[in-house]
Design a protein around this ligand. Structure first.
Ligand SMILES: C[S@@+](CC[C@H](N)C(=O)[O-])C[C@H]1O[C@@H](n2cnc3c(N)ncnc32)[C@H](O)[C@@H]1O
Length: 364
């Protein structure tokens, strides 16, 4: 791990704030206690919900500048005037690389299970646009897609789907019941469900099964910067909940690592300044401990790559050149540091992943 003196470490808080349009995210809530069953930390919950606005704004910035193609991103930010939202080049490249890494894993799961029903469950999905991108591909079939987030976040997504024709075309006639809503009769045997729950409620003794969850099909559980906000036993408990009910399960986690070097300390202190804490960051310090965490949870095959690896090894030369040419990036050392501090770890157990496993066996 390269060592950079503390003063030259970029302040991610200020990187985040330097968008031309200021804070344009829709509906960042600072409401106290809304729907939060854990009354000890209501304000932390609403701060955590606000991290989704950051993710949506970063996605929009990457789309606007040509890093990513995503016609749906504009609907999840306020005033998406072209060019109004602009993150720094290092952040745009990070958004591009993280999205590409997860998209690669998910599309290879889908292509190697194409002849059967399969399921994706996205934890802390927020305003993620992945289901819209997937369901707009006419040849994809038999995908059961679940998203889980706090009730406030899930109902905001429903409001947007109802209000915006481009979203409603993809998820027509959404129906809501209890804490869930969805479009369970999509073309090609596909289904979409969105569950408005606090993930920690899955640990309660009297938890009811989530509508539409299948326990008999190969399933990928995704945590794209979500489980890191839970206390370590709770994050473990959520993973255990799914490993117990779904025998054939894969998991893909994206989150920060290395909190103890200079860059990592700066990262933690920037988060603390926003009153955000990531308990799992202190517990799973590096790619090795991230993989170990999943082996302990019962997964039999595990792999991990840093975001720097994804950029260098998973993005083809020509595509890297295209992305490089979009803005240019002077701060190569800063990029390497930032990209070394985020990991994609994935693992699987059970059957139904044989071809997927073959594809990823030798990959590092
Ligand atoms: C940084 S955002 C990531 C959103 C999305 N996965 C992405 O990468 O674009 C974290 C999301 O996790 C959700 N989240 C965090 N803790 C949660 C919990 N206990 N229950 C449900 N959702 C939670 C937040 O509300 C937020 O939408």
């Amino acid at each position: 791990m390269p060592n950079m003196p503390a003063p030259s470490i970029p302040n991610l808080l200020s990187l985040r704030g330097r968008s031309r349009g200021g804070s344009r995210g829709r509906g960042r809530s600072h409401r106290q206690g809304g729907g939060d069953s854990h009354s000890s930390a209501p304000s932390h919950d609403s701060t955590i919900q606000g991290t989704d606005t950051d993710a949506a704004v970063s996605r929009m910035s990457a789309v606007d500048l040509g890093y990513l193609q995503d016609p749906f991103a504009q609907h999840f930010v306020q005033n998406p005037v072209s060019g109004a939202i602009r993150r720094l080049p290092i952040i745009n490249r990070g958004t591009y690389t993280r999205t590409t890494g997860l998209d690669n894993l998910i599309s290879s799961f889908l292509s190697t299970t194409a002849t059967r029903e399969r399921q994706i469950i996205s934890l802390g999905a927020g305003t993620d646009t992945r289901p819209f991108k997937l369901f707009s591909q006419p040849d994809l079939a038999n995908i059961i897609y679940h998203e889980i987030d706090f009730p406030e976040v899930a109902s905001k997504k429903l409001r947007l789907v109802n209000a915006i024709p481009q979203l409603r075309n993809i998820l027509p006639n959404p129906t809501a019941e209890n804490s869930s809503w969805g479009s369970p009769n999509l073309p090609n045997g596909c289904q979409y469900w969105c569950h408005g729950i606090d993930l920690r409620d899955l640990l309660k003794d009297d938890v009811k099964p989530l509508d539409g969850i299948r326990t008999d099909v190969p399933t990928v559980l995704i945590s794209e910067c979500c489980l890191c906000y839970l206390e370590v036993p709770q994050a473990r408990g959520v993973i255990d909940y799914f490993t117990k009910i779904i025998p054939n399960l894969a998991i893909v986690i994206y989150e920060p690592i290395y909190p103890n070097d200079s860059f990592g300390q700066q990262m933690v202190s920037n988060l603390a300044a926003r009153r955000i804490c990531m308990p799992t960051l202190e517990a799973y310090l590096n790619p090795v401990s991230q993989e170990e965490r999943l082996r302990k949870a019962g997964f039999t095959f595990t792999r991990s790559v840093t975001i720097r690896d994804v950029w260098q090894k998973w993005v083809a030369d020509e595509e890297r050149e295209r992305v490089n040419s979009l803005e240019g990036l002077d701060e190569v050392e800063e990029w390497n540091l930032l990209a070394d501090h985020y990991v994609v770890v994935w693992a699987l157990k059970g059957d139904g992943f044989e071809q997927w496993l073959e594809q990823w066996q030798g990959v590092s």
